[in-house]
Design a protein around this ligand. Structure first.
Ligand SMILES: [Zn+2]
Length: 102
């Protein structure tokens, strides 16, 4: 799971495991972390889009944004977001399956 830079100023390099502040390059092994950073920004953008769609009653759009979010990061938080979107869309069985981790 990605941790948002705003909520956690630390990143653990997936190559060497070095903990560091968010950067496009690992301070220890010099791995390029820009794609990881880009993916994180995509997850955050999609989460905001999902929540905005839910607020506006655009439930199909909310589900699509949540699905795309889960493709980038299938964390429990994002699966729960998708479950909530499915619930509001009226797909209760799908919402329950997602909430139960199935
Ligand atoms: Zn590294």
């Amino acid at each position: 799971m990605f941790e948002a830079p705003e909520s956690s100023p630390k990143l653990r390099c997936p190559t060497c495991g070095a903990a560091q502040v968010w950067s496009d390059t690992c301070r220890r092994c010099r791995s390029d972390l820009s794609l990881l950073h880009q993916a994180l920004r995509g997850v955050q953008r999609l989460r905001r889009a999902c929540l905005a769609a839910l607020r506006d009653g655009r439930y199909d759009d909310a589900v699509e944004a949540a699905r795309r979010c889960c493709r980038l990061d299938a964390s429990q938080a994002n699966r729960h977001l998708l479950a909530m979107a499915q619930f509001y869309r009226g797909r209760f069985a799908a919402a329950v399956r997602l909430a139960q981790g199935r």
